[in-house]
Design a protein around this ligand. Structure first.
Ligand SMILES: [Fe+2]
Ligand SMILES: [Fe+2]
Length: 470
């Protein structure tokens, strides 16, 4: 399908030929722009930002770089190219032709999946809206805005599905996606991790490494969906998502790099005098962001997750590459639970453990970031290593919710846990210190003292390129 960029809404879904859908989306568009104006990035409306914009889903077409003012970004609707004769890949309907229309029996479940995913996209823009004011460099400021406009586009992607396939209640859900706001007392976002403001850049890098990665795994699972428009939408979103995690993983890596340099120069582990982030403080931020992000996968065993899978709506990570029967009626899966003598593994029916399986795949993927960060530390000849906390640590959802379990997976008394808390998680003083480091650096080529410069620029531009013209 050709992309029509002259349209009010750039798209490769043939909007021109569907007047009803076009009218619905054109009616929603001004409300989206109002939302962006009120809840999107603060203070930079006039700046020209060096951004990529998708103009086509094919190779080379989806990453066109150029100067854009944020309010004028062209948010479009793009689906990955269809796969001829695509079949449902798992569950009860395995091998049936993939659905091009919503199956009536799964309408509510499917709408819920799309709404929950859609809700996270604008939420993260809201959470990050003040970050630009304390950016460590123009390079980082540009990356923040790239992530923000693409999360906005991901909202468009979900609203397209709602408007195209769910009629009147789809339109109502599309409105509600602009009415809930991160942290709003009356109308909060659906998932807890998307209601906390992201107030400093260390949290932003942790968020894009850990929480965007949850988004990636949800999209991976939805990209397997038997509902073909959802699968194709998510396939294309995943391409954009990769950059968000790059921002997070390299961002934390640059903080690690700078911390190691400061440790060697000053011969100390505590970098407060040097204006750096100690490795111990980084570990606390890792513990926090990892634990709130794994909550997003839901309970260890879940009948909802089982039914999403059996119905063919939401698969497993890399479903197609797996060698099993893709139905899981007989299979079991190991799940950690809290027994009388501490943590232990039990086998449960695999269908009920779909969430836990996705969480396992996610954790393995998170660990790769830790390995990269530890390689940076090792290169500097420093013995400390960063680790992921145990999955049972600091949980709010599932069987470990509220349990006094340490980062290394020991069950302790609630009193002992509370007494040790500030050694494991950022304390108020830690957060205040990190905030004190957040002074804006807006000259091209300059960078804040708590983070190392990136190894390379964006789109083959030099690191000192003026990525944002103020
Ligand atoms: Fe997204
Ligand atoms: Fe993202």
């Amino acid at each position: 399908m050709e992309v029509t960029y002259s349209d009010r809404i750039p798209n490769n879904v043939g909007l021109h030929d569907n007047r009803r859908l076009q009218r619905a989306l054109e009616a929603w568009q001004p409300r989206y722009l109002d939302w962006w104006h009120e809840m999107g990035p603060e203070s930079f409306d006039a700046a020209h930002v060096y951004l990529r914009t998708a103009t086509d889903v094919g190779r080379g077409g989806w990453a066109n770089f150029g100067w854009v003012r944020l309010p004028e970004y062209r948010w479009g609707i793009f689906l990955a190219d269809p796969e001829p004769d695509r079949r449902v890949g798992f569950g009860e309907h395995r091998d049936d032709p993939a659905w091009q229309e919503v199956p009536g029996e799964y309408r509510n479940q499917l709408r819920r999946l799309i709404v929950v995913q859609g809700d996270t996209e604008p939420a993260s823009v809201e959470q990050q809206r003040r970050l630009g004011q304390t950016c460590p460099s123009l390079y980082d400021l540009r990356n923040l805005f790239q992530v923000n406009v693409e999360e906005g586009r991901h909202l468009w992607a979900m609203v397209y599905l709602l408007d195209a396939h769910f009629g009147r209640d789809g339109r109502e859900e599309a409105e509600a996606l602009l009415e809930r706001h991160a942290g709003d007392a009356d109308r909060p976002r659906i998932l807890a991790a998307f209601n906390e403001p992201t107030t400093d850049w260390l949290s932003f890098f942790m968020f894009t490494h850990f929480t965007d990665r949850d988004g990636r795994f949800q999209l991976e699972a939805l990209s397997e969906s038997g509902f073909d428009p959802l699968a194709r939408t998510c396939q294309f979103m995943l391409r954009e998502e990769a950059h968000h995690m790059f921002v997070g993983t390299t961002g934390v890596g640059r903080v690690v790099q700078r911390s190691c340099e400061l440790m060697r120069q000053a011969d100390t582990d505590d970098l407060r005098q040097q204006g750096g982030v100690s490795l111990q403080l980084l570990q606390k931020y890792i513990n926090f962001h990892f634990s709130v992000s794994i909550d997003l996968f839901g309970g260890e065993t879940s009948s909802n997750a089982a039914s999403y899978f059996s119905s063919g709506l939401k698969g497993r990570f890399h479903e197609r590459q797996r060698v099993d029967d893709h139905r899981l009626l007989e299979a079991t899966y190991p799940v950690t639970e809290l027994g009388a003598d501490g943590l232990r593994q039990v086998e449960v029916p695999a269908l009920t453990a779909i969430n836990e399986g996705l969480r396992d795949d996610y954790i393995a993927n998170c660990q790769k970031g830790l390995d990269r960060w530890n390689a940076i530390i090792a290169e500097q000849g420093i013995a400390t290593r960063l680790t992921l906390p145990h999955r049972a640590f600091h949980r709010s959802i599932g069987i470990f919710a509220g349990q006094p379990i340490t980062p290394d997976g020991r069950v302790v008394s609630p009193e002992a846990w509370a007494a040790a808390r500030d050694g494991w998680l950022p304390s108020d003083a830690d957060r205040a210190y990190v905030h004190s480091l957040m002074q804006p650096v807006l000259e091209p080529g300059r960078i804040a003292g708590w983070i190392a410069p990136p190894a390379a620029g964006i789109d083959d531009r030099p690191v000192d390129f003026e990525y944002v013209r103020l």
